[in-house]
Write a protein that binds this ligand. Structure first.
Ligand code: OFO
Length: 179
């Protein structure tokens, strides 16, 4: 059984993961109409991954005697200055999500809910990986600078990363048939 404060924290995280998915769909759409098909594919895959993160939390909370609840979400941004701007915002958002997961973790420890702390370890590891991936993408976009050829190659690279992400999402969905 989860305590009321752990339930509240997890419900807030459920909304944040859903919001992440919507933010990335909006970014993907901007990339698609601005000629960055690889970046769009990566962001659409990332949006699907965030939805899996959301569902994993929903199933966990309901399985532990809590009740997952959805709520209204703010409208995501639809305008960006450049591909660099998009990925700078992705990194900023992922850093915010990492901090929020740490907060949920810290409440679970204060409540001596070690099952939840244990469950959240997966998210902590996931965030470390996601931040590192996005920092790598940003480094390459910065290296390309204003060079159209460099950005074209970067977009191709993102298409390859998107295909890899899709494959791992399919494997993840196979392991979590309920998700
Ligand atoms: Fe960005 O990953 Fe969810 O938690």
């Amino acid at each position: 059984m989860v305590t009321k404060s752990v339930e509240k924290e997890i419900n807030e995280q459920i909304l944040r993961e859903e919001h992440s998915s919507r933010i990335y769909i909006a970014m993907a759409s901007w990339c698609q109409v601005n000629g960055y098909q690889g970046a769009a594919a990566w962001l659409y895959a990332q949006a699907d991954e965030e939805r899996i993160h959301q569902l994993k939390l929903i199933h966990y909370l309901d399985d532990r005697g809590g009740n997952a609840q959805l709520s209204d979400l703010e409208k995501p941004a639809h305008k960006f200055k450049s591909l660099l701007d998009v990925f700078q915002q992705v990194l900023k958002h992922e850093e915010y999500i990492s901090a929020s997961i740490n907060e949920v973790y810290s409440v679970s420890i204060k409540q001596s809910d070690f099952a939840t702390s244990n469950f959240l370890q997966w998210y902590i590891t996931e965030q470390t990986e996601e931040e590192s991936t996005v920092r790598g993408i940003l480094d390459q976009i910065r290296l390309a600078g204003e060079d159209k050829g460099g950005l074209f190659m970067m977009d191709k690279e993102l298409a390859a990363l998107a295909a890899k992400k899709r494959a791992s999402l399919l494997a993840m969905a196979g392991m979590n048939a309920g998700v």
